[in-house]
Design a protein around this ligand. Structure first.
Ligand code: NAD
Ligand code: UGA
Length: 333
């Protein structure tokens, strides 16, 4: 594990035409770009309006100049989905409302709408349109609190936040559809572990730590910084996601963990050493639903897809810092 540009050694299936939901988002835009580079036609669907949303515009600009991209601005809660799915080899369903902490508030109904109701509509449409494969973005948060040891896909889920409950519902909903005798769509649910890298969502910790180091603005730390995450570089997450389109029909649930287990204090130290600047930390209280440790058991995904992460936290954060230090977010290498 080292360079942020190194491709993960996973088998890539041949895909002619696919749908990526959430294509104007962080992971979705990287996924769409990677698929386009392999010659796949990508129908990207997202409800954000790049004319009014600079984050969406920056994400979509990474797709500029790549052939074969068709963008549809639509809310999947109400739009007709069937037409996007004509002749699709796979759906990569990444659209959703992410983020653990805001899910306790009044925004919860949006989590239910975009993570559960939208997913039900997509699985119904996939079944009608006979799309052979659905890859759905689930989350490490479904495991909830652990004893610090690695989480296995077969562990009993104990989601600790409303967000995590919706992600568990989302993956299980897809798998329930797929288990029906009359459903032509097989499902692979990927439990991503805290993904970082260029164009990461600005509410996430790695982005905030690097921004604090680059700008001198204070960094708010929720707790003592000893929380640990299995940080996953975005190119690695994308490689696993593309490989999942070619997984056996019974692959089911797979952990996507970067293998870079680190604490928030480690992240702060790396941000300081990469920038040569000290971060001013303001300590706040631990947020509800925040688990102390996430750690993926990597064996199943390695066995099923031959995937393993290629980028370590230092190299990945360097790539993220370089993209932040430039005036516009460039496409990730
Ligand atoms: P993101 O917010 O950057 O991207 C999600 C996109 O989905 C957004 O652009 C949003 O506009 C779109 N969307 C939401 N509801 C929609 C709707 N009703 N219709 C159309 N578009 C809609 O988030 P991200 O960090 O790229 O995460 C992508 C997916 O991966 C999410 O499902 C998230 O729960 C999951 N996930 C992310 C992480 C992570 O570390 N980033 C970890 C685990 C799981
Ligand atoms: C991340 C994503 O945000 C979720 O969408 C995703 O589902 C989840 O990973 C996952 O792995 O499934 P999280 O691990 O909470 O969730 O990642 P961050 O938002 O980057 O937070 C990491 C840690 O930093 C948390 O302990 C959080 O409390 C802390 N944090 C975050 C701060 O101390 N300060 C901040 O400003 C932001």
């Amino acid at each position: 594990m080292s360079e942020a540009t190194a491709p993960a050694p996973a088998a890539a299936p041949k895909l002619r035409r696919v749908v990526v939901t959430g294509a104007a988002g962080f992971i979705g835009s990287h996924l769409a770009a990677a698929l386009l580079r392999t010659g796949t036609t990508v129908i990207g669907v997202d409800r954000r309006d790049p004319a009014k949303d600079p984050g969406a515009a920056a994400n979509l600009s990474a797709l500029g100049g790549l052939r074969g991209y068709i963008h549809i601005q639509a809310d999947l809660l109400g739009c007709a989905i069937d037409p996007f799915l004509i002749e699709a080899d796979a759906i990569f369903h990444l659209a959703g409302i992410p983020g653990v902490r805001p899910s306790w508030g009044p925004q919860f109904s949006e989590y239910v709408q975009s993570n559960i109701l939208v997913t039900q509509r997509i699985m119904d449409a996939a079944t009608r349109m006979r799309v052979p494969r659905m890859v759905v973005a689930s989350s490490s948060s479904v495991y909830g609190p652990t004893n610090g040891g690695p989480s296995l896909e077969s562990d009993h889920p104990r989601p600790a936040s409303p967000y995590a409950v919706t992600k568990l519902a989302e993956e299980q909903l897809c798998l329930a559809h797929a288990a029906r005798g009359d459903c032509p769509t097989s499902v692979v649910a990927l439990r991503y572990f805290t993904v970082y890298g260029p164009r990461q969502r600005p509410d996430m910790f790695t982005h905030r730590a690097l921004t604090a180091a680059l700008t001198g603005q204070p960094l708010r730390l929720y707790g003592d910084g000893h929380q640990r995450r299995d940080f996953t570089y975005v190119n690695d997450a994308v490689a696993a996601t593309i490989a999942a389109a070619g997984a056996p029909d019974d692959a089911g649930i797979l952990n996507v963990g970067g293998g870079s287990g680190a604490s928030l204090i480690d992240v702060i130290n790396i941000a300081q050493s990469l920038t040569g600047r000290e971060i001013q930390v303001q300590q706040g209280h631990v947020r509800n639903g925040d688990v102390l440790v996430t750690r993926a058991d990597p064996r199943r995904i390695h066995q099923v897809l031959g995937w393993q992460p290629a980028v370590d936290l230092h190299a990945g954060m360097r790539a993220q810092m370089q993209s932040l230090a430039q005036p516009a977010y460039p496409a990730a290498a």
